[in-house]
Design a protein around this ligand. Structure first.
Ligand code: ADP
Ligand code: LRH
Length: 466
């Protein structure tokens, strides 16, 4: 009888339940449930609808029951940095704000009054992003101090859902590191930093490594869902799970985890917190097996998602790529410019950025998409050069994983702009990495290296030559 494992992978644009098992030495996946996601506007702020998301989590689990495929364990992953604050009775306090909300404007200055930006990088190795948990908590100190006072725990989004499922509060390590409050040497909370910033120690939960079984479904949920199973923490930062699923045996691998964001980088045994690394804006996020994900956050397909929503909501991404491919426009924007984080209109923002540089202003979905895809590819090319310079190695090929690996046009542009072979797939890398951590925990797969080989043997990988 096959043993099933369930990954719930919640991306910023959609979530899905993927059920997996091993068969003839391959990993087999079944998509059980899929649901849309996105930030919602509440009282002038962008927040996540956690109630709705938890309903979806349960709905997908009930579908497993209906299919008669009961998982041994379930694990949830999502984006980083965001969190819910809960009180002593486990009730959520206020909103779980989304990382595109503008409440953190100026919060960096509040933090730098207590620790300089250089020192902060030297001790955390995390790239400055105005939405990192460290700045969000600083915004809480001024915006909703009473909630921070009442809070008994801060739970990152997947930790919050694991808590709702099991009643157990734990802080999964990879997601914690995105917040910029973890010491990359001890791989635990940086308590000194936390004290210096005046954040209450009690809200930070015990650091727990991916692969840990934290409990099982609460009795009332067993009743509602129709079965019981273990709750096993995956690398709950989606990018950490995606990196686990890069189908490479190289120690010097280069990847782009391509979804709402493009996360481009490599793996390191030790964090690189040097001033050169900071100047190039690389981050050292915690990964599975205590490796570091040394990478850069690039604005990514969010730019395409937003333009599509604004001006071509009925068009598929594949159609948009086909239109873009026919265009001859040469304009480029900086795909890393914070102006594209939450613009009032992405189409207008891209047009204005082109205009400001005296370039041809793109009109219509085809031209806008062409400018965005080409700008992303150019940004990938620059990022490789920076990575090679900082790490003193050269990379022969790029693994593109995640939903964006479906974009043939972008893969071709990436091969051309970087001069490297692009290997695209798997497209469900995050869910696969999530599953892998569970299978390793259950001794179904030996270790990460064996898991990556299993992934290479199980899924289609397409090659694009420069
Ligand atoms: P996230 O998990 O970050 O929400 P995904 O990994 O699901 O995102 O990737 C979704 C993105 O992948 C879409 O926004 C789209 O840009 C891209 N994508 C998916 N399928 C295709 C396709 N067939 N052609 C081009 N792009 C695609
Ligand atoms: C991608 C991601 C990324 C960033 C962002 C907030 O989904 O997790 O690694 O940190 O979301």
């Amino acid at each position: 009888m096959s043993k099933y494992y369930l990954a719930v992978d919640i991306g910023a644009s959609s979530g899905r339940h993927i059920l997996a098992h091993l068969e003839d030495g391959r990993m087999q996946l079944e998509e059980i449930h899929r649901f849309p996601n996105g930030m919602v506007r509440r009282q002038g702020h962008l927040a996540w609808d956690l109630i709705q998301l938890f309903e979806e989590i349960k709905r997908g689990m009930i579908k497993c029951k209906e299919m008669g495929k009961i998982p041994e364990s379930v694990g949830i992953d999502s984006w980083g940095v965001d969190y819910a604050l809960i009180d002593r009775d486990g009730r959520r306090l206020g909103e779980a704000y989304g990382y595109r909300d503008q409440r953190t404007g100026g919060a960096d200055e509040l933090v730098y009054k207590k620790i300089s930006e250089d020192q902060l990088y030297a001790r955390t190795g995390i790239q400055k992003q105005i939405f990192n948990t460290i700045y969000q908590l600083a915004a809480d100190q001024t915006m909703r101090p009473q909630i921070l006072e009442q809070a008994d725990a801060m739970l990152m989004i997947p930790d919050y859902f694991h808590f709702l499922l099991s009643g157990v509060k734990a802080q999964e390590y990879t997601n914690a590191t995105t917040g910029q409050l973890v010491d990359p040497k001890s791989r635990n909370w940086d308590w000194d930093l936390i004290d210096r910033l005046g954040y209450p120690r009690r809200i930070f939960q015990p650091m727990t490594k991916p692969g840990t079984c934290i409990g099982e479904l609460l009795p009332e949920l067993q009743e509602e869902i129709g079965f019981n199973c273990k709750i096993v923490l995956p690398a709950s930062h989606d990018t950490a799970s995606a990196v686990m699923a890069v189908p490479s045996q190289d120690s010097n691998l280069l990847y782009i985890s391509s979804g709402t964001w493009s996360l481009m980088g490599t793996e390191l045994e030790e964090a690189n917190c040097s001033p050169e690394s900071r100047a190039a804006n690389f981050t050292n996020e915690g990964g599975y097996n205590d490796r570091f994900r040394y990478l850069k956050n690039i604005m990514g397909l969010w730019m395409i998602q937003s333009v599509r929503k604004e001006i071509a909501p009925d068009m598929s991404f594949a159609e948009i790529c086909r239109l873009a491919e026919k265009e001859k426009i040469k304009s480029l924007v900086d795909a890393n410019d914070p102006r594209f984080l939450t613009p009032a209109s992405m189409a207008r923002e891209v047009q204005t950025a082109c205009e400001e540089k005296g370039q041809e202003v793109p009109q219509g979905i085809g031209q806008l998409a062409s400018v965005i895809y080409n700008s992303l590819a150019v940004c990938y090319g620059r990022t490789i050069q920076e990575l090679e310079a900082v790490n003193g190695v050269s990379y022969e090929r790029i693994h593109v994983v995640g939903g964006g690996a479906n974009a043939d046009y972008l893969n071709q542009l990436t091969a051309r702009a970087t001069g490297r072979e692009v290997l695209a797939g798997p497209t469900e890398a995050t869910a696969i990495g999530n599953i892998l951590a569970q299978m390793i925990a259950a001794d179904q797969v030996e270790d990460l290296q064996a898991g990556r080989k299993l992934i290479r043997d199980s899924f289609e990988i397409r090659s694009y030559q420069p």
